[in-house]
Design a protein around this ligand. Structure first.
Ligand code: G4P
Length: 521
């Protein structure tokens, strides 16, 4: 089967490094011109979409991920947005399970920051290859060599500079492409890149003297020579294994380096890769349609209970209307109105290919982690739940709303906003999250969408572990520890502990029970 070419990727960065700006420019270069400036509508332009999104507005962050698609030279690029706030969330992790590569954006003045590093570690777990974009060279930044060395040292990655900035900030004269020997230069009052490009035979080409100041030329020759000699040549294989990152310098704001970045994604970034699954990894060339749900999002309109499941297609050719069976319910569903998340609008998809993301509207039948197939016994693995780091008891302001609260907690845990734990004894329902922000989203959505006023109170528990073992062992364990047992949304048994130390202590005394900090679905 002749599959159309796809690059499915995410941008990882620390807040403020320029992810939104770069996203806008990528879409601009990819033809979705009218969209530039609207990816993160700012200030008064921002439309109120639903109550819980007020949190996004107030804090200027994007809580939800979305999918943007653009095309260039016959390749379709699917860009999955990862939430940019500092709270590491499960949402982010799961989004990164659905990409084949990532672009790491670094602020030239700040280098590697905390969130970049965390997200990088997630990519490394799955050997996701990374292209680095050092942003904001139009401003004063750190020395380019220091930045490269920091990437290499802090992330234990080999680096290969692919381009070089001729000065930064006030001294910025352009970006030199070290492979193609081209110089991209600023023009006009804005000093932005408007296409002014000159080609040279090499760094010793005398014509370079006409393009740059004497100081700029001397600097470029000296630095670029050192850079080319000092770092290894670009090795596409090492990049695809996640051992080496090619580094591009640029300015998203002034549009430097954006075209080169797209070219790099087209040339080097991997097309859809085989996905880990049971009983065996699924190749994109596998004939049957398979995919997994990495995110579920409630309708933007709180009046409607329907939700959109984001499915990454892993194999086969998807056609609108086809029947797929989710691993969760086991009941086939006909996918009549799938949504493609084109940047400009949501469009109905007639067909989709491995690497594409489609949105499937449903009323809660599809869950994060579900595998969808045409009836094959395949399950994608590696979409874990994480042991929550923050646990809170949910207290109702109006005690007659118990039923609504239960429904809301079930729904929101299905979406992956929170995890919920129902104790075996008593009714102190507990919610768990990995980041503080999730709690704010929870309260806000409970109120806006379910009309349930609730408070979060300290819980006696500090951490939780999924437990497993043979029936007799579990029964024996449960008879002694029932006051510390809960069930999650799926009915799986969870041991609630007062501290990590207690987990270790109990674990030692119960060698027949497996305690797990993640639960794979
Ligand atoms: P984020 O999504 O990673 O959080 O970053 P975002 O793109 O919102 O950029 C953060 C700030 O950095 C913005 O300025 C943006 O204009 C600026 N910026 C992004 N890329 C570049 C660049 O290449 N050069 C320079 N000089 N600045 C850049 P802001 O003042 O916070 O926002 P705004 O008022 O411009 O919207």
């Amino acid at each position: 089967m002749n599959r159309p070419d796809r690059r499915t990727f995410a941008i990882i960065s620390h807040p403020d490094a320029g992810k939104t700006t770069l996203t806008e420019k990528l879409l601009l270069f990819g033809g979705a011109i009218h969209l530039a400036g609207e990816v993160k509508a700012r200030g008064a332009n921002r439309r109120a979409r639903s109550d819980w999104m007020k949190i996004e507005q107030q804090r200027g962050i994007s809580v939800t991920s979305s999918v943007m698609t653009f095309e260039r030279e016959g390749i379709t690029f699917n860009l999955l947005d990862t939430p940019g706030h500092e709270d590491f969330s499960e949402d982010t992790y799961r989004t990164l399970t659905a990409v084949d590569s990532a672009v790491m954006v670094i602020d030239a003045a700040k280098g590697i920051e905390a969130q970049t590093r965390k997200l990088f570690e997630v990519c490394r777990l799955r050997s996701v290859p990374i292209i680095t974009f050092v942003n904001k060279v139009d401003r004063e930044g750190r020395d380019a060599f220091a930045l490269l060395d920091e990437i290499a040292d802090m992330l234990a990655l080999d680096v290969t500079p692919m381009s070089w900035p001729v000065g930064m900030g006030g001294l910025f004269e352009g970006i030199y492409d070290l492979n193609a020997n081209r110089l991209m230069q600023p023009s006009g009052d804005s000093r932005a890149f408007e296409g002014k490009t000159a080609s040279f035979s090499g760094l010793d080409d005398p014509k370079l003297a006409d393009a740059l100041s004497a100081q700029g030329l001397e600097r470029l020759r000296e630095e670029a020579e050192l850079a080319v000699g000092g770092y290894g040549e670009f090795d596409p294989e090492a990049y695809r294994h996640g051992d080496l990152t090619p580094v591009y310098f640029g300015s998203a704001l002034k549009e430097f380096g954006v075209g080169e970045l797209i070219d790099a994604l087209a040339r080097f970034a991997p097309p859809p890769r085989p996905q880990p699954a049971e009983p065996a990894p699924v190749s994109p060339d596998h004939a049957g349609v398979t995919g997994f749900v990495f995110k579920v999002q409630a309708n933007m309109d709180p009046q409607h209970r329907d939700r959109i499941a984001f499915m990454r297609l892993c194999s086969g050719k998807f056609r609108r209307g086809m029947k797929l069976t989710p691993s969760g319910s086991g009941k086939p569903i006909a996918v009549h109105s799938p949504i493609m998340f084109f940047a400009q609008d949501r469009e109905l998809a007639e067909e989709a290919w491995p690497g594409d993301i489609i949105g499937i509207p449903n009323h809660g039948t599809l869950r994060v982690g579900d595998t969808l197939t045409e009836g094959e016994g395949i399950r994608f693995t590696g979409l874990p739940n994480f042991a929550p780091e923050i646990l809170r008891r949910v207290a109702l302001v109006d005690p007659t709303k118990t039923k609504q609260l239960r429904k809301a907690l079930d729904d929101l845990s299905e979406e992956g906003v929170i995890q919920v734990f129902y104790p075996e004894i008593g009714s102190n329902w507990v919610v768990g999250v990995v980041g503080q922000l999730q709690l704010e989203v929870l309260l806000s959505r409970l109120e806006a969408e379910y009309k349930v006023a609730a408070r979060l109170e300290p819980s006696p528990w500090d951490t939780a572990r999924w437990i497993a073992g043979d029936d007799a062992a579990i029964k024996a364990f449960a008879s002694i520890n029932s006051s510390q047992l809960s069930r999650d949304r799926d009915g799986a048994l969870v041991f609630m502990a007062k501290s990590a130390w207690e987990v270790g202590y109990v674990q030692e005394r119960n060698p027949d029970i497996r305690f797990s900090a993640t639960k794979e679905r």
